[in-house]
Design a protein. Structure first.
Length: 112
């Protein structure tokens, strides 16, 4: 004859259910903790690479500006060459800043 497992009482079933629920909750917390650490590592790497790229781009722009000044200085002199390059770069920066500001205002729902 096949032995039937003893019927567990409702208290034992509820206790086992609570323990299983705790185990599940701890596993979920562990999963999300691991996921958050992974995302944080990815974000940190991305920020360092992005910052390095921005610094290198800035260095390249400075080198370009120096090259423009040196090239123009043989034509108009070093003072005028510096002024011309400075004015051009400042105008480009002003236009880009104005465009950025209009986008910020548009995002905030304000009209120009």
């Amino acid at each position: 004859m096949i032995q039937q497992p003893e019927d567990e009482g409702i208290g034992e079933l509820l206790g086992r259910l609570v323990e299983d629920g705790k185990g599940y909750a701890q596993a979920e917390i562990g999963y999300y903790r691991t996921l958050a650490r992974s995302k944080l590592r990815d974000a940190t790497a991305m920020l360092w690479m992005g910052a390095t790229a921005l610094v290198l781009a800035f260095v390249a722009l400075v080198a370009l500006a120096v090259g423009l000044v040196l090239t123009l200085s043989s034509l108009v002199g070093p003072g005028w060459a510096t002024l011309i390059v400075f004015t051009g770069i400042t105008a480009i920066a002003a236009i880009l800043g104005w465009l950025a500001w209009t986008h910020v205002k548009r995002m905030m729902g304000q009209k120009s």
